[in-house]
Write a protein that binds this ligand. Sequence first.
Ligand SMILES: CSCCC(=O)C(=O)COP(=O)(O)O
Ligand SMILES: [Mg+2]
Length: 230
Amino acid sequence: MIRVVLTDIEGTTSSISFVHDVLFPYASEHLPGYIRGHHRTHPAVAEQLARVAEVSGVDDRDLDALIAVLQQWIEEDRKENALKALQGMVWAQGYQNGELKGHIYPDAADYLQRWHDRGLRLFVYSSGSVEAQRLIFGHSQEGDFTPFFSGYFDTAVGGKKEPQSYQNILAELGVEPASVLFLSDVEAELDAAEVTGMKTAWLVRDGELPGTGRFVARDFSEVDALLRKR
Ligand SMILES: CSCCC(=O)C(=O)COP(=O)(O)O
Ligand SMILES: [Mg+2]
């Protein structure tokens, strides 16, 4: 029986276009000012810049070059932990000053609340940092969804296409694999989760439904039908 729902964000609870056309451009525009204003006073910023320098090979005292690397990584949608941490810090300012409002599909908003109220435990697993996850759900157009979540995982547990990451999540949750339903729009992530024995549902919100043996859902109401069957 499924007792835990573990959900991806981009393409699953929230639109790809919100992430790519709103969040990423916002980060690209505001990172330079944020880094220049905080790199001396905020150790967390300096620490992430050191990681950017290490991964990219750029001199860690060359702020212009580090900013250029970060903007290039945003362009390429690279899932580097240092970029994701810095994006979360910049988005925090945007959510706090009201420039950003998180997108959640109405069906996701509706069923997250219903599943919580039915006693399911809800967790997030996204490439966005845990801070960024709390922000998108805490400052959404639909209100504050953080009370419905029991916890958040980012790529500190490993990449989303690696089975070991799901194993790490299971170890942290202390539950049987078959009691967890993982939701994602990316099939390779579902493949990785299934290696551990987790159940999965593939969210295909737009375009043609793929011919596949796996469970596919257009939205969370179709996921709910699966939850009620198992
Ligand atoms: C937490 S909102 C920003 C999401 C993000 O930065 C990203 O790279 C999308 O990753 P996901 O694993 O949710 O597809
Ligand atoms: Mg996704």
